[in-house]
Design a protein around this ligand. Structure first.
Ligand code: DGT
Ligand code: CA
Ligand code: CA
Ligand code: ZN
Length: 584
């Protein structure tokens, strides 16, 4: 563990001890130690190795022991036991604005409150107002804090966050006082779920830019407004957005810093230190200690130049997770990541024949208009009766309809084609359709829609599906719905291995509710030789826009154009679609 991580543990120990009512000297010792560590000028590892921790003012034997254990093993049983001894509801109550450990302890001791729900009920029942030292006012404040936590401090899906951020970014771009601007944070890194949106701008007149930002039509609440930064709540979903305004000289450094991730930043700062430099949000400085002195700043106009100063190729924001990007950037082996414009269509989509919104004709016209080369219609199979799944007869009827539409498209000289297909259900004992029917279709996606509770069984069902020679790809492998439903139990790596062995592709479901397979597993899948298909799983025309989101997630998974099947032109795609059938 590095000093930031150790400091975080120590300061949490201080809080937990306070919750338990330990004497203030003991609790303060931990809080102070955390602050001291954060300000340290040399690596914690060195101090531990040279047994010099005890020389630091205020570091007694107990503290030195604990820090040593943390640094050398990455864990601390004392802390784990302490945390386990406290009801989790109390720790959650601490996250409410205005509630510190002392107050939470009193609420617990005097009213028996050990969860936010009980606290809320007590507020509604007027019990907090009667408590000595709290009163009517703090009761109202606590209720507000609970509501705030629920409504605003929540997490948001990438699609919603981008939709909220785009108009603001556009507005900032057109403002005469804005020199450069960008999103930063998890949004710029294309994380699947976003806490808050971060904007960054450079300007000679920060106050004017801040004023403009808080006045945007989507701003529902202004949480904080200063001269160079502001926080607001945007839109119906109540997503928080922060803007920081810096000088243009600071801009690339601030952009790199506020893009994160935190883990990536820590590694960057360490690289700077190894080169006798200091990196922070204000600049890269020729200095051996923390500074913001512009006279010491190494001038960099762009993020590229900062990376170059630290001996690195440019690392795209999506890769800044400290997941191996530094080694690759050092050796100049970073992949050229896929661009969403390289995608030629989606191979898993629905129409009004099952649970989609649109007719085949409307879908064909819209996707051709958008510039796609092809679009597969893969409606649900019979077992998905709640989604109006097709039986073999209706499916054959749909094939004839698609043939007619394609003939009309061809007649007017267009190269666009609808592809036929099915999203066939993976049942307990095999697929919903037999091989003869599957063999008639251009594209077969196999999906597990009703999973069991047994990991081994779920895994087996998916592996069996991959082993079918007519199954081109597995759809939304884990069934997760972000912020709603966890993945069902399965051994993802075992299924990936089976896909590799059988030449079966894996879908990257580009719906912002799914992003399934998760980006963290694509690197593994790619190393096994498994190809990716970025699919919209479109149920409406607008869902074609998911291609762009899906490409962002694929980029996080280090995927390139050649890793992704639906970057191929139609003729080559057809060849790939027949490969498994012909060789298996
Ligand atoms: P989020 O908002 O939870 O989805 O995730 P981020 O990554 O957007 O985090 P946020 O908004 O708290 O901060 C934006 C960036 O600022 C973060 O990615 C890295 C940087 N940052 C914030 N706090 C720290 C910190 O304590 N240390 C370091 N090294 N960087 C930080
Ligand atoms: Ca953020
Ligand atoms: Ca933020
Ligand atoms: Zn599905």
């Amino acid at each position: 563990m590095d000093k930031e991580q150790v400091a975080a543990v120590l300061s949490e120990i201080g809080t937990l001890l306070e919750l338990k009512g330990e004497n203030p000297f003991k609790t303060r010792a931990y809080t102070n130690a955390a602050r001291t560590l954060e300000g340290l000028n040399e690596p914690l590892g060195t101090l531990v190795a040279e047994k010099r921790l005890g020389d630091i003012k205020g570091f007694g034997e107990a503290l030195v022991d604990k820090i040593t254990i943390l640094v050398t093993t990455g864990r601390l049983p004392y802390y784990e036991e302490l945390k386990a001894s406290i009801p989790p509801g109390l720790i959650e109550m601490l996250q409410l604005q205005g509630l510190g450990p002392k107050k939470v302890k009193r609420l617990h001791d005097e009213l028996g409150l050990d969860s936010i729900e009980k606290l809320e009920a007590a507020c509604v029942g007027g019990k907090i107002a009667d408590l000595e030292g709290f009163g009517e006012r703090s009761q109202t404040k606590i209720l507000e804090a609970i509501q705030f936590k629920r409504q605003f401090a929540s997490r948001h899906r990438l699609g919603d966050a981008l939709a909220a951020a785009d108009p603001i970014l556009e507005a900032l771009r057109t403002h005469p006082d804005v020199l450069r601007c960008s999103t930063a944070g998890s949004l710029r890194r294309h994380k699947e779920v976003i806490g808050d949106i971060d904007f960054l701008a450079s300007s000679k007149d920060p106050t004017a830019v801040i004023q403009f930002f808080v006045g945007q039509p989507d701003v529902k609440t202004i949480l904080a407004q200063g001269d160079t930064k502001a926080s607001v709540i945007l839109g119906e979903d109540g997503i928080q957005a922060d803007l920081r305004v810096v000088t243009d000289a600071e801009y690339p450094f601030a952009l790199a810093y506020f893009t994160g991730s935190k883990e990536h930043n820590i590694a960057m700062r360490q690289r700077a230190i190894e080169r006798g430099l200091r990196l922070n949000e204000y600049g890269l400085f020729k200095s051996s200690e923390e500074t913001r002195d512009p006279a010491l700043r190494v001038s960099c106009r762009t993020e590229e130049e900062i990376f170059a100063q630290l001996g690195l190729a440019y690392i795209p924001p999506e890769l800044r997770e400290d997941h191996g990007e530094f080694t690759a950037a050092e050796q100049h082996t970073l992949p050229r990541l896929i661009e969403w414009t390289e995608l030629k269509g989606s191979l898993h989509n629905h129409s009004q024949w099952s649970d989609g919104r649109n007719s085949l004709e409307d879908i064909a016209n819209c996707m051709e208009e958008l510039g796609c080369a092809y679009w597969a219609i893969t409606d649900h199979s019979r077992a998905s009766f709640q989604a109006n799944g097709l039986d073999p007869a209706r499916l054959r009827q749909q094939l004839r309809e698609i043939a007619k539409i394609n003939a009309a498209i061809e007649a007017r000289g267009s190269d666009f084609r609808l592809l036929t297909g099915i999203e066939v259900d993976i049942l307990k004992d095999g697929l919903d359709f037999d091989d003869e029917l599957l063999a008639e279709l251009d594209v077969v996606v196999a999906s597990l829609h009703v999973a069991g509770s047994d990991e081994v069984e779920n895994t087996k069902r998916l592996i069996n599906a991959a082993e079918n020679r007519y199954v081109h790809m597995l759809g939304h492998l884990t069934g997760r719905l972000l912020l709603e439903r966890d993945a069902y139990k399965l051994n993802q790596r075992a299924v990936i291995d089976a896909c590799a062995a059988t030449g079966t592709w894996l879908e990257l479901n580009a719906s912002p509710y799914r992003f399934d397979l998760d980006w963290r597993l694509w690197h593994y899948a790619k190393d096994q030789g498994v190809k990716c298909v970025i699919n919209c799983d479109a149920h409406r025309l607008e869902h074609a826009a998911f291609l762009r989101l899906g490409a962002g997630i694929a980029r996080k998974g280090w995927l390139t154009k050649k890793d992704v099947i639906n970057t191929l032109p139609l003729s080559q795609l057809r060849k790939e679609l027949s490969r498994k059938r012909n060789t298996a």
